[in-house]
Design a protein around this ligand. Structure first.
Ligand code: IPD
Length: 295
């Protein structure tokens, strides 16, 4: 049976708006917030309530498709090639508990392990990012009336004399919730090298942002607001929806570790880069700043 992507997309947009109501009417507090793996890996009643609502509505409408959600995921669960909804009820939970208005619901749909629909909604700013494979991606917000992404022409990364590249980029990189071990060290050293002055061996990028939502970070690259987003440690539900939005905006996703041009949706390591001439060279420059290897 063929899958009607447009119909699923429209259904996910309506779910995103309903979830947005729940998210913005919640009154989370830092003291009532629970944690999962450690004290920095937060979860709230709202995350669970939204996932319950979303999964029930999806299962009722599409009983034949698989469902994977952040709050019901169990170690050992794996993605299969079957059509699968991949859902993060609140991406940016740390922001949500602090009432920092950068959080979203991220609704993705993948077939054959390839993301084909992405719906990402930040209910605090009323920004809706959507994409369907081969049909473009869009931003609808108080400032944008379903504008096609990227929001501006994709500039070449280098000028005619070969200047520019990574040094001209605005980077997004997250600290993640693991604050010890190899990957934490790799991140800290890599951030240092990216930002450091050239006379200290750094790339001296324009700056690094850490805003706390993988899905919205990828959408920022898709829009053209940032050039590169680099992350180790997040999950398929953090990236599936954004993947479609970015690819449809002309961007690419590769592995965060040097030399790996193919990223997997459940591979836990990602580098999202905007489109534009010279993007491969910028990826190589970035990999040259990765100090060590993410596990
Ligand atoms: C987290 C956010 C964060 C990223 C973490 C994710 P959550 O998702 O996307 O930016 O650095 O790896 O786990 O827990 O807020 O859904």
């Amino acid at each position: 049976s063929s899958v009607n992507l447009q119909e699923i997309h429209d259904f996910l947009v309506s779910i995103a708006h309903a979830a947005g109501q729940t998210i913005t009417s919640a009154r989370p507090t830092t003291s009532r917030t629970g944690s999962k793996k450690n004290a920095a890996d937060l979860v709230t009643e709202t995350d669970r309530a939204v996932e319950k609502m979303v999964s029930e509505r999806i299962r009722e409408r599409y009983p034949d498709y698989q469902f994977m959600g952040e709050e019901t995921y169990k170690p050992g669960d794996t993605l299969t090639p079957a059509p699968t909804f991949i859902v993060d009820p609140i991406d940016g939970t740390t922001n949500f508990v602090h009432t920092y208005p950068y959080a979203c619901i991220s609704l993705g749909f993948a077939i054959n392990l390839t993301p084909v629909i992405g719906v990402i909604y930040n209910p605090f700013t009323n920004q809706l990012f959507t994409g369907i494979k081969d049909q473009g991606s869009y931003l609808t917000s108080p400032l944008h009336n379903r504008e096609k992404l990227p929001l501006k022409p994709l500039e070449p990364f280098y000028d005619d004399s070969g200047n520019g590249g990574l040094g001209n980029c605005l980077i997004i990189g997250e600290w993640g919730s693991d604050r010890s071990g190899n990957d934490y060290d790799v991140k800290v050293k890599t951030f240092r090298k990216l930002c450091a002055d050239k006379k200290d061996g750094g790339a001296m990028v324009h700056s690094i942002r850490s805003l706390g939502s993988a899905a919205l970070n990828i959408c920022s690259v898709a829009a053209g607001w940032a050039d590169v987003y680099w992350e180790g440690g997040c999950w398929a539900w953090d990236v599936c929806a954004g993947w479609v939005v970015l690819k449809e905006a002309g961007g690419e996703i590769v592995d965060a570790n040097p030399g790996r041009w193919k990223a997997k949706v459940d591979g836990r390591r990602y580098m999202a880069v905007r489109g534009g001439e010279g993007w491969e060279a910028v990826v190589k420059e970035f990999w040259g700043c990765v100090e060590g290897e993410l596990e």
